[in-house]
Design a protein around this ligand. Structure first.
Ligand code: PEP
Ligand code: MN
Length: 341
């Protein structure tokens, strides 16, 4: 971090200011020019409050050289992180560092029979994880809100039946009480910056699937991951799920460039949700393939046995048959990318 000191500032005052900064754990290099002093802060500057510095009367300008995230930063952790989850069948599933994680299932759990049947199909097609929402963040309070705790029970039944680890969304901290047996906790796009929730998940020992908010930048997504990691939980999976733009042809706009960007900036696995990104079932398979071709570590895709009758997101849900075809294609993509699937 570089601080340009306001011209004309009293030298003694600048020295006091600099030693106060050093107490925050950084070293300071002074460059004293004829008309301006520049302070170079070296070391871990993540704890330095940039906004407070800018407001200081001695400060003319602050330039951050390093990203404001540390634990999620590839700079401090060059090797890829791999998340491992053991299913009820004893089989270990991996996401990241050369392993593709395929998460598939309905938007929402609708009944025991529905989720168990889809889980069987997903397992047969080769999915690694089963998704299904029990607590649903819906835009309208009058839409189906999910089956709640019953939905979780049905997911657990599907897990028992197939061995597939389950991924489901947590909307509020108090729901953690009933998430004991969930394998991967999803934080939805709408909650990406729910900082109290993120902090709480930092104390949790389960992997967190963190979805990018639809109006959030790549840096904001990484800072959200940093919140979880700062609490001690470094098992975070980043998910690009489309961002808002001016064109309403698709539900969102899939930001494919977020994949290489996130992989460059961070060691965390990056997966893509082609279903919420496009809102269109016929488009989801091509976007899933594009994601793997662009270097993603997996996908989370909505699959429904009867999309026309789905209680949520039917239009973007592919059928089990389409998912089976997609898996066939993804195996070839994995081979080209030199990844395990
Ligand atoms: C979901 O995965 O069902 C979901 C609601 O996703 P998002 O948070 O990305 O909208
Ligand atoms: Mn959905």
């Amino acid at each position: 971090m570089i601080i340009a000191v306001r011209p004309g500032a009293a030298k003694e005052e600048v020295r006091v200011f600099a030693s106060a900064l050093e107490k925050q754990g950084v070293k300071i290099h002074f460059s004293e020019g004829a008309s301006q002093t520049v302070l170079g802060l070296v070391g871990d500057t993540t704890g330095i409050d940039e906004e407070a510095l800018k407001a200081h009367h001695l400060v003319e300008k602050v330039i951050r050289v390093q990203e404001p995230y540390k634990r999620a930063n590839r700079l401090f952790h060059p090797e890829d992180t791999r998340i491992e989850v053991t299913g009820a069948d004893g089989e270990v599933r991996r996401i990241g560092s050369g392993s593709l994680g395929i998460i598939a299932g309905p938007c929402s759990v609708e009944s025991r029979e529905q989720i168990v049947n889809i889980a069987r199909d997903m397992k047969k097609a080769g999915a690694g994880f089963l998704r299904g929402g029990a607590f649903k963040p819906r835009t309208s309070p009058y839409s189906f809100q999910g089956l709640g705790v019953n939905g979780l029970d049905f997911l657990l039944a599907a897990r028992k039946e197939t061995g597939l680890p389950i991924v489901t969304e947590l909307m509020a901290i108090h729901q953690l009480e009933v998430f004991d047996e969930v394998d991967i906790i999803q934080v939805g796009a709408r909650n990406m910056q729910n900082f109290s929730l993120l902090k709480e998940l930092g104390h949790c020992r389960k992997p967190i699937l963190l979805k990018r908010g639809y109006a959030n930048t790549i840096t904001e997504l990484l800072m959200a991951a940093e919140y979880i990691m700062a609490g001690g939980n470094d098992r975070v999976i980043l998910c690009e799920r489309g961002i808002r733009s001016f064109d309403s042809y698709t539900r969102n706009v899939l930001d494919i460039s977020a994949i290489p960007a996130l992989k460059k900036q961070s060691h965390l696995p990056v997966i893509v949700d082609p279903s919420h990104a496009t809102g269109l079932s016929w488009m989801a398979p091509s976007m899933a393939k594009a994601a793997i071709a662009a270097g993603a570590d997996g996908i989370i895709v909505e699959v429904h046995n009867n999309p026309e009758k789905a209680l949520c997101d039917g239009e973007q849900s592919i059928t089990p048959a389409a998912f089976t075809d997609l898996m066939g294609a993804l195996r070839k993509y994995a081979e080209i990318e030199g990844k395990r699937l």
